[in-house]
Write a protein that binds this ligand. Sequence first.
Ligand SMILES: Nc1ncnc2c1ncn2[C@@H]1O[C@H](COP(=O)(O)OP(=O)(O)OP(=O)(O)O)[C@@H](O)[C@H]1O
Length: 300
Amino acid sequence: MIRAENLTKRYGDTTVVQDLSFTVQPGAVTGFLGPNGAGKSTTLRMILGLDAPTRGHATVDGRPYARHGAPLTRVGALLEARSVHPGRSARHHLTALALTHGIPRSRVDRVLAVTGLTHVADKRVKGFSLGMGQRLGIAAALLGDPATVVLDEPVNGLDPEGVLWIRTLLKSLAAEGRTVLVSSHLMSEMALTAEHLIVIGKGRLLADTTVDALVRASGGASVKVVTPEADRLRNLLPGAGITLEAPDTLLVTGPDAPEIGRTAAAHGLPLHELTPRAASLEQAFMALTHDSVEYQGALA
Ligand SMILES: Nc1ncnc2c1ncn2[C@@H]1O[C@H](COP(=O)(O)OP(=O)(O)OP(=O)(O)O)[C@@H](O)[C@H]1O
């Protein structure tokens, strides 16, 4: 479990992370979301002991990261701009890391397999594509078989296949009971990957919630109903918000799909379609972070 308590980071007069408190639980993927410059990387660096907080503190499994005896076997991390010697092979890089951290060599083959790098394990890293480099970074993060995994923008620059692979990997790591914290500025990606979301803007906590609750709180969930009896159904749903999209199509907010279906059935009204529509999560995210976006387009 990761716990941040009143984490605050100032650079000179600028406060980039302010009084941030949250808990990341094991067994689920937690998305750490915020617009560019929100303070995500700075927060992750404080959790990993790479930046000292100006105030507050962060712990992993009850202790600051630096106080864990063998941190790589506790916490695996992928940060942006990880450097690997370009002349080394992936296997060489991982083996060196294993040997200097007391991790059995057998883990090298294991993580090469998990990240799909076995067939290029002996090639020099300098020939690696962005996606392969990203996989190598993840292999290094998983080398110590850590119970906690922290990844900063792991899907940046990946092709759709790579994105899908990371999504599946993160879910399986969480299903094994690990604590998984992954940052992104892409709501659409997190909606498909994470169950829990921590959203920050300008260094402050904006939401600590589930994906489902965020959609509900955005008030945008609605049900599309197609029926030749649109007028009659409309009169049977007093208090609902109803927009007529077409003569036979209603967009209903308030009652959920089962309730609308029951009402229609009770009055013998045929339904040709009954489709719950979640508000676009992207819209919910934009609404939440609108005031926190550092650089807004002139036309925004
Ligand atoms: N060493 C530093 N000195 C001064 N300011 C810094 C330093 N590191 C980060 N910042 C500032 O802190 C703010 C937050 O940066 P951070 O990289 O944590 O944001 P982020 O949410 O990870 O953004 P992105 O999605 O663009 O990576 C930015 O305005 C950045 O310019």
